[in-house]
Every structure is written in structure tokens, then in C-alpha cells.
Design a protein around this ligand. Structure first.
Ligand SMILES: NC(=O)c1ccc[n+]([C@@H]2O[C@H](COP(=O)([O-])OP(=O)(O)OC[C@H]3O[C@@H](n4cnc5c(N)ncnc54)[C@H](O)[C@@H]3O)[C@@H](O)[C@H]2O)c1
Ligand SMILES: O=P(O)(O)OC[C@@H](O)CO
Ligand SMILES: [Zn+2]
Length: 349
């Protein structure tokens, strides 16, 4: 008897292009959302597009968040209970969008994602990523009802935010390898459609790396399309598996232990060099990953990340513990092997 079922949640409208932030109210109308918005944002994005967004609504409430924590989610929920909005707008980088997404899910309201940086593939996904104690949760949440990605705003964002988004996409290669391995070894549920879409997204981005250059609105367009596509792969999978393997565990651990963590995308990019090496050894394709990262100006070494070598090795040897997600790291690497991997790949000079 056939008993399988799936429920793929996707945004209804994805609006990408020049000046579209001024059409946020129109996008909201198209979704038939009622009432006023609660804008969830952080200080810089608020100063950049806050007025442009708020002026489109007769009345709006705002909550400013700084970190992706459960306390921040709680604060947004309290603000929503106090202000009774009709929907939430998440405006900013990955952290503000994750918090808005999770709070909206909790209070049962619709949510619209307005990224101000092309820095991560949570723009569209039905996941929220939050650290807690020794672990890192990938929380299921309703994906945004709509995405409003203004390429003018995204192109003016600091270049390193865009290169972080590119690296988050390039890391899909190793995430998919880990997912296939986990399926073969541990019978972890796997979707070949989601895996293929995730890999293809990385491939298209790498093929177009030449057109990804600072200040070009065309670059913001190329990268945003890839981030949307990667988020859709996560929605099809019903998990972050197609875009998050051991390279993400490594980055999540750096977020916990590094004196000054780097951007999420930059850390997963370097993690991807390391885990690509583990998948294939000397004959592996880790050099392709490194070269792809270099071609879009993303970091490829501990030094470029600003992470001390000892911290990087500690993250590599302990990150398998932070989540129950089987990857190439298995039940952990020895310290010697971690140093060797980091040196052979040039991640530690
Ligand atoms: N839910 C998911 O599926 C998913 C996917 C990928 C990443 N993430 C999460 O997203 C976070 C990483 O996102 P991030 O790299 O955007 O970090 P972030 O949200 O901390 O943003 C980085 C900084 O850039 C600022 N910023 C945003 N737009 C700007 C602009 N236009 N100009 C100047 N500054 C601007 C932000 O205010 C912040 O200070 C991590 O917590 C990661 O786990 C989630
Ligand atoms: O579930 P996590 O590991 O937070 O991954 C989500 C996202 O960062 C994938 O690019
Ligand atoms: Zn990521």
C-alpha cells in the first residue's frame, strides 16, 4: 500500500528587481493580508529602507532585533501580542528574517521577507536557524508568503555580504554530498529533486561568477535568484539538508566558540573546502570549491576569516556534536587529522 505524503510550502509571490521595495504594500495587497504590519528589523536595515517601507502603510509597528536568539523571537511575539498586527515584515539580513519567520509562525500570522542583503539562502526557506546552548536548531516555520528583493538595495550593500551569499550557495555542493552519504549509510530520507535543484543552483552561480562584481545590480539579481532557488530546494526537502551539511556544522560551531565569528556564508564556504577534501582526499574536488570561492572574492583561509587556527581546528573536531545530522564527519575527527586537512587544503597556511 502506498502511504507516503508530502506538503511543500513555498512563497506565493517572489518579487525581485529594481526599486521593488516601494511596491511592498502592493505585494501585501495582492496576498489579501489585512491590518497593519509589524516590521521586524535591525538597526542598519531600518536606517536604509525603514522609512520607504513604513510610509506605504497608514499605521505600522516596529521591533528592532540584533541577534538570532529565542529571546529575540520571544520579544517579537510579545510585541505582536501588544500591537495586534495583521502580518509581519522581516526586513534585513538573515538574522532579522529568521526571527520574523519564527515569530510569525508562533503567532499564526503571515510573513513577508524583505532582504536588504543577498547574504544567505534563508530569504525564502521554511526554516529558522537559532543557536541554543551547545546546539543549533533548524526550526521548521512557515516560509514567507512573499519575498520583496530590491536589487538596488542589495547591490548597494557591502560587497562582503553578497560574497557571503555566493559562498552559502557554493556550499550546497558539499551539503548534497553529505545528504547522499547519510541516505546511503543511515537511511536518512532524501529527495533527489531537492538535491539536484540545490546542486544545479550552485553550478549556475559558479558558471556566472564572472558577472558577480561589486556594485552591479546585475550581480544582486544573479545571486538573489540563486538564493531563492536554494530556499526552494529546502522547502521541497522539508529540511535544510540540501543546503546544510558538515560545512554548516563547522560554521555553527565557529559562531559559538570564535572570538569574532565571520559572516555565516564565509564560514560555510571555508567549511566546504575542508569537507570537500574529506569526501575526496587529494583527488577530490576541493580545489574547485576553493577556486569558485576565490573567483567571487570570498575567503578561503582561516586568516581571511579572521579565525585563529586553533579555533578552526577545535570547531572542526567538535562540530559533529552540535546537531544530530550525519555527515562526512561521522562521529568526529581527530585533532591530528583536522590539522592535516586544514594544512593540505591551505585553509591554515
Ligand atoms: N533560515 C535559513 O534557512 C537560513 C539560511 C541561511 C542563513 N541563515 C541564518 O542567517 C544568518 C546569517 O545571515 P547574514 O549573513 O545576513 O547575517 P546578519 O543577519 O547578521 O547580517 C549581517 C549584518 O549585515 C547588516 N546588513 C543587512 N543589510 C545591510 C545593508 N544593506 N547594508 C549594510 N548592512 C546590512 C545586518 O544588519 C547585520 O549587521 C545566520 O544566523 C544563519 O544561520 C538562515
Ligand atoms: O539548518 P541550518 O544548518 O541552519 O542551515 C540553513 C542554511 O544556513 C542553509 O544555507
Ligand atoms: Zn547557510
Amino acid at each position: 500500500m502506498f502511504t507516503k505524503s508530502t506538503w511543500i510550502r513555498l512563497p506565493r509571490n517572489v518579487v525581485v528587481g529594481h526599486g521593488v521595495v516601494d511596491r511592498t504594500a502592493e505585494v501585501v495587497d495582492d496576498l489579501h493580508l489585512q491590518g497593519r504590519p509589524l516590521v521586524v528589523t535591525s538597526p542598519t536595515p531600518r536606517s536604509l529602507v525603514g522609512d520607504a517601507i513604513e510610509s506605504q502603510f497608514t499605521d505600522s509597528a516596529v521591533v528592532v532585533v540584533e541577534e538570532a536568539t529565542f529571546e529575540s523571537v520571544e520579544r517579537v511575539i510579545e510585541r505582536a501580542e501588544a500591537t495586534q498586527p495583521g502580518f509581519l515584515l522581516g526586513v534585513g539580513g538573515g538574522k532579522a528574517i529568521d526571527i520574523a519567520k519564527m515569530a510569525a509562525d508562533h503567532v499564526g500570522l503571515g510573513f513577508v521577507s524583505v532582504p536588504t542583503a543577498a547574504s544567505h539562502d534563508g530569504i525564502v526557506s521554511g526554516r529558522g536557524s537559532v543557536p541554543e546552548g551547545d546546539t543549533r536548531h533548524s526550526v521548521a516555520a512557515d516560509p514567507p508568503l512573499a519575498v520583496v528583493a530590491d536589487t538596488e538595495v542589495l547591490a548597494e550593500a557591502p560587497w562582503e555580504l553578497t560574497t557571503a551569499g555566493c559562498a552559502d550557495i557554493i556550499s550546497n555542493y558539499t551539503a548534497v554530498m553529505d545528504w547522499r552519504l547519510a541516505n546511503r549509510l543511515k537511511d536518512v530520507p532524501h529527495s533527489e529533486y531537492a538535491a539536484a535543484l540545490s546542486e544545479m543552483t550552485a553550478e549556475i552561480l559558479v558558471d556566472n561568477a564572472d558577472s558577480v562584481r561589486p556594485g552591479l545590480e546585475e550581480s544582486a539579481w544573479v545571486v538573489t535568484k540563486a538564493l531563492v532557488s536554494s530556499g526552494v530546494a529546502m522547502s521541497i526537502a522539508g529540511s535544510s539538508r540540501p543546503a546544510s551539511g558538515a560545512e554548516h556544522l563547522f560554521s555553527h560551531q565557529l559562531d559559538r566558540i570564535a572570538p569574532e565569528p565571520a559572516l555565516h556564508g564565509h564560514q560555510v564556504g571555508v567549511g566546504s573546502i575542508l569537507t570537500a577534501y574529506l569526501h575526496g582526499g587529494d583527488r577530490g574536488f576541493w580545489t574547485d570549491i576553493r577556486d569558485a570561492l576565490r573567483s567571487i572574492d570570498a575567503p578561503t583561509t582561516a586568516g581571511e576569516l579572521g579565525i585563529p587556527p586553533e579555533t578552526l581546528v577545535e570547531a572542526l573536531t567538535t562540530c559533529h556534536e552540535i546537531r544530530d545530522r550525519y555527515t562526512i564527519l561521522g562521529d568526529g575527527m581527530s585533532e591530528e587529522a583536522a590539522w592535516e586537512t586544514a594544512r593540505k587544503t591551505g585553509v591554515i597556511e
